[in-house]
Design a protein around this ligand. Structure first.
Ligand code: GLN
Length: 336
């Protein structure tokens, strides 16, 4: 008597044949997905596709139209090595070295935070605030305006500085970061998108290199402190500062906690310490009606809102929610 295989299905435990490398595209996809599923990696299908695309140097359309195409042993090996690293928690973006932000592709390394979609709200708010006031020309005379002066504090990958320079062709951008390796990544991203000539990269804590200097005197690499000068030149200052509370480290996903740079994540014991210093420095640097736009941590809106005191000239303070309904971006204007 013969039994159909189906009768044995539940009795046979699923096995992963780890040592037989996949020999074609479809087998590679299946193997990668199986391993990441067993490792309980979220979005394991997408992760497998991205890693296979990277290993093969092909796009998604090619992969799904070449399921039977053979994969050479060296490529299969490289792909499985990436899968193994993802299975132990390394983010896909560090494995493939890139992440999209604002429709632009950014190089990312473990020296920089991976740009998040939430941070695109910061771009929207900043551009909307600038757009409200006819920034490209003088509305009354029609004459071109002087260069817009923009600063991005803690630029990381440079995603905000580069996307703003890209959107605002008449802007000069000052991008700061305390990390030299991060600034190198940011500089390559600026070059990649053709805006490196208009971005000055400064290694410093928050805005400290700019606080006593005339931005028009700053070279691409060096700050020239010139205390006593009027430093209030900035039309726009943006920042996605490190805002996670040290005490919350244990609550983070391991992808974030074990792989992203801690200097980009943690803002002090409660996470809001950084904001006070940043807001004080920004107040010295913004011109009359200058705009400050900050990304907020998931529970920091109430605390940060209180730091914008009308007695210090802050007006027009508004908070924007992200798509998950979390207060994500705070924008304010300074009246001098
Ligand atoms: N400005 C970068 C970003 O928005 C880096 C932010 C950070 O390192 N905290 O992704």
């Amino acid at each position: 008597m013969r039994f159909s295989c189906r009768h044995f299905k539940l009795a046979v435990p699923p096995t992963i044949v780890a040592n037989s490398n996949p020999t074609n595209v479809l087998a590679a996809l299946k193997e990668g997905m199986a391993q990441l599923r067993v490792a309980q990696i979220p979005a394991h299908t997408l992760a497998t596709e991205l890693l296979l695309m990277h290993a093969l140097g092909r796009d998604r359309a090619w992969i799904y139209s070449h399921a039977e195409e053979s994969v050479d042993p060296a490529t299969a090996e490289r792909f499985l090595a990436l899968i193994a690293r993802r299975a132990t928690g390394e983010p896909v973006q560090y494995l493939i070295g890139k992440q999209e932000f604002w429709g632009l592709e950014f190089e990312v390394t473990p020296a920089v935070l991976i740009p998040r979609p939430e941070t695109e709200h910061l771009m929207e708010v900043a551009l909307a605030r600038l757009g409200e006031r006819g920034i490209k020309i003088h509305m009354d005379t029609g004459a071109p305006r002087e260069k817009l002066q923009v600063a991005d504090v803690g630029t990381g990958s440079g995603c905000l500085a580069v996307a703003l320079a890209w959107e605002l062709p008449h802007a000069e951008v000052f991008a700061t970061d305390i990390s030299a390796p991060a600034l190198e990544v940011a500089r390559r991203n600026a070059a990649r998108h053709g805006v490196v000539e208009r971005i000055h990269f400064l290694q410093c804590d928050l805005l400290s290199s700019l606080a006593y200097a005339d931005p028009s005197n700053l070279g691409a690499r060096h700050s020239v402190p010139a205390s006593g000068q009027d430093v209030s030149h900035f039309d726009l200052i943006v920042s996605n500062p490190p805002y996670i509370a040290r005490n919350d480290a244990a609550l983070l996903e391991r992808e974030v906690r074990d792989h992203e740079p801690h200097s980009a994540l943690f803002g002090g014991p409660t996470g809001i310490e950084m904001y006070q210093r940043l807001i004080d420095q920004a107040r010295d640097l913004l011109r009359d009606r200058g705009i400050l736009v900050l990304e907020l941590g998931f529970d920091s809106a109430e605390h940060v809102r209180k730091l914008f005191d009308a007695r210090h000239g802050w007006t027009n303070v508004a908070i924007t929610m992200d798509l998950a309904g979390i207060p994500r971006v705070l924008a304010a204007e300074l009246a001098r």
